[in-house]
Design a binder for this molecule. Structure first.
Ligand code: SAH
Ligand code: SF4
Length: 394
């Protein structure tokens, strides 16, 4: 064993000192964790930083998944990597393409669980909507994911893996020697798929750090948006530890209505949430908070709601994203009509806020926000329920 040459810090102590049984997936490890893993596999400590840099570039810049192709590494070292590590992504089970070009992937992760990932092409950008959990612990009454129990948190590798598999499908890894193409098909990431990202903070942070790393995928922090239902104690960490943009699922202007729509409001009501947003580190006119507001007919869509909203958020650099409700089978709400949405938007706009109305995308493949739910997970659950009722094994 080589002796550590640098003083051991708290961080190093928490990293694995020994490789667990079986090959380790390098995808999703932070640079520090990858360094520790390479050392545990026999990389001399004095070379470890350089090796991390090389492997990192192959994996996250070039999209290479085969150690044998890492041509600037000695053959022996490639063999060492192949003997100890894998480069595994979640597996794409189905891929649907909407008439409007939106792509929806059903992706299988370890344990046989499934999450959905959606790619939305627009003229000036391409946005990937990724999931952070299988299901959700929260039960927002208008959200399809909210009807599915939380199964588990995704690992950092499964989160960044969604970005990588979408790049695979889009054929977007750079080709050596080709001129640098600045227009990216996958230019933005939104954490607006399944799950509450702030309830899986560390894995989301590690994955987004990988996405932003300049030696790899190199996405700007301004092109990554994390959406939260309002987990107040974790909100400030988003700015401090990730640095990406923040969106908040606001959806109502009184606690009475928000308690019904976003039940986490009972724990952290509107006033508490707004205090956290006012105190958000790094808030400025160029880095505004996005308030998401789903338009539900007869529930939260009156002129009085629009005026209350403007009053509530006074002083917070903000834009308001109006989301026409996306219906799903059995949903207890309907979408406000377009004249109502327009009138609501006008009040907000006149008060000085940008108030874009989000165009529903991929509706024909149930890819619009809030519609994601894994069909097989549902089937599995109902089979289990049937088994429980009949006393038969599933
Ligand atoms: N859990 C996080 C992120 C995932 S949801 C959150 O709640 O913010 C992404 C956005 O879609 C949220 O603003 C959510 O409230 C909204 N949404 C959920 N279901 C919807 C539906 N059926 N129609 C329109 N928007 C919906
Ligand atoms: Fe979970 Fe977000 Fe859906 Fe609420 S809206 S149930 S927090 S995924």
């Amino acid at each position: 064993m080589t002796q550590p040459s640098a003083p051991i810090t708290q961080d190093v102590l928490t990293l694995p000192r020994k490789l667990p049984e079986g090959p380790v997936n390098l995808i999703g490890l932070t640079r520090d964790a990858m360094r520790a893993a390479l050392i545990a596999a026999g990389t001399p400590e004095r070379q470890a930083k350089m090796r991390v840099g090389q492997v990192w570039q192959w994996v996250y810049h070039w999209g290479v998944r085969d150690f044998a192709q890492m041509s600037n590494l000695a053959k022996d070292y490639r063999a060492l990597l192949a003997a100890n590590f894998v480069l595994d992504l979640p597996q794409v089970v189905t891929r649907q393409v909407s008439a409007d070009g939106t792509r929806k992937y059903l992706v299988r992760i370890a344990g046989g669980h499934e999450v959905e990932v959606v790619y939305i092409p627009e003229t000036d950008r391409g946005t990937l909507c990724i999931s952070s959990q299988v299901g959700c612990t929260l039960t927002c009454s208008f959200c399809h994911t909210g009807t599915q129990k939380l199964v588990r948190n995704l690992t950092a590798g499964e989160i960044i893996g969604q970005v990588m598999l979408a790049r695979d499908d889009l054929g977007e890894w750079p080709v050596p020697g080709a001129p640098k193409d600045e227009t990216r098909l996958l230019s933005n990431i939104v954490l607006m798929g399944m799950g509450e990202p702030l309830y899986n903070f560390d894995n989301v942070r590690d994955a987004m750090k990988i996405a932003m790393d300049p030696e790899g995928l190199s996405l700007s922090r301004r092109r990554i948006t994390l959406s939260t239902s309002g987990v107040v104690p974790e909100i400030a960490r988003t700015a401090v530890e990730i640095g990406c943009q923040l969106a908040v699922s606001f959806h109502a202007t009184t606690d009475e209505v928000r308690d019904l729509l976003v039940p986490i409001n009972k724990r952290w009501p509107i006033a508490t949430l707004l205090d956290a947003l006012r105190a958000y580190p790094g808030l400025s006119n160029s880095e505004r908070i996005t308030f998401e507001y789903v338009m539900l007919r007869g529930v939260n869509d009156t002129d009085a709601d629009a005026r209350r909203l403007v009053k509530l958020i006074k002083g917070i650099p903000a834009k308001i994203n109006l989301i026409p409700f996306n219906e799903w089978p059995g949903a207890p709400y309907t979408r406000s009509d377009s004249a109502r949405i327009k009138a609501f938007a006008d009040i907000i706009y006149k008060a000085g806020y940008a108030s874009p109305i989000r165009t529903p995308r991929g509706e024909d493949i149930m890819a619009a926000c809030g519609q994601l739910k894994s069909a097989t997970e549902r089937a599995r659950k109902s089979r289990a329920a049937i088994a429980a009722e009949t006393g038969l094994a599933p």
